[in-house]
Design a binder for this molecule. Structure first.
Ligand SMILES: [Zn+2]
Length: 280
């Protein structure tokens, strides 16, 4: 019954608050959204409108946030959940947007109990304790078909975290097999680790060889932008991702040349966060 009222509330809101045409047209014509059907366009627009209603987007570091920026972020964030339903994002509430890449300070405790602090310069971070942090410059660079998309990457981590800590295995749908998922991803991961160790060419960014969570997030970026790179080299992973995201981007996107593996380029100023574990 609760689900029914929730759905009704959402439908009422969406009927009265569509994303304006002028704004939507500027975003939906970007390469990332090529080949979506009219039904999927409408659904994406509704998901994006609901995303903007439900999630708080906080701009920091002097970033001036416009409606077009908000819609560009929301549309990209909504693509992975297009056929999963909006509830897939219902366990977190906030996106924090930096002008450029930012310094994230974190702590970890080693085996002897000592607490260490460390810093990383990042384009995005999905925090297990809440928000998603993103660099606007990188969000803006993301909706091209080059296999690199910080929005899809971080929101894939959020989907992964629905089963606890990100480990490369999100909760799977009824009818999917954990066995088959693990087999497909383990083989691909081992192959990528070998390519990284031996300095071999890789069709997939070797950041995927960092750990299984990054493997799933990086494969998700390629899935939505250069699906041929996965289908040609890791067809079992492609099949699992089709079943998980309930989409087949291979059928709608043009074949583009794979980009060689490289580290994301840093754009814009690096904004420090003020204290360990604090990101505002
Ligand atoms: Zn990641």
């Amino acid at each position: 019954m609760f689900g029914y009222f929730k759905r009704r509330k959402r439908e009422r809101y969406l009927a009265g608050n569509p994303i304006p045409d002028s704004l939507w047209q500027r975003v939906i014509n970007l390469p990332l959204f090529i080949g979506l059907t009219d039904y999927e366009h409408n659904r994406l627009r509704q998901h994006a409108a609901w995303f903007l209603h439900e999630k708080t987007i906080t701009a920091v570091g002097g970033l001036a946030l416009t409606d077009e920026m908000r819609v560009l972020l929301a549309a990209q964030a909504s693509l992975p959940i297009l056929h999963l339903g909006f509830d897939a994002y219902d366990d977190w509430h906030e996106v924090i947007l930096y002008p450029g890449q930012f310094v994230s300070r974190d702590r970890y405790t080693d085996r002897s109990g000592l607490v260490h602090e460390y810093e990383q310069v990042l384009a995005g971070q999905a925090r297990s304790d809440g928000p998603v942090l993103l660099s606007w410059m990188d969000v803006n660079e993301s909706p091209w078909l080059d296999g690199w998309n910080v929005v899809i990457h971080e929101f894939a981590h959020k989907l992964d975290m629905r089963s606890g800590e990100a480990n490369g295995c999100p909760p799977l749908h009824k009818g999917m097999s954990y066995e088959a998922w693990k087999r497909a991803f383990s083989r691909a991961y081992d192959d990528l680790v070998m390519r990284a160790d031996q300095d071999h060419y890789s069709p997939i960014d070797l950041y995927a060889a960092e750990n299984p969570a990054e493997c799933f997030a990086v494969f998700s970026e390629y899935f939505f932008e250069t699906p041929h790179a996965i289908a040609d080299h890791y067809p079992a992973v492609y099949a699992q991702l089709c079943a998980f995201y309930k989409q087949d981007p291979l059928a709608r996107l043009p074949r583009v040349r794979y980009r060689p593996a490289f580290e994301p380029v840093s754009f814009g100023p690096v904004v420090p966060t003020p204290a360990p574990g604090v990101w505002l």
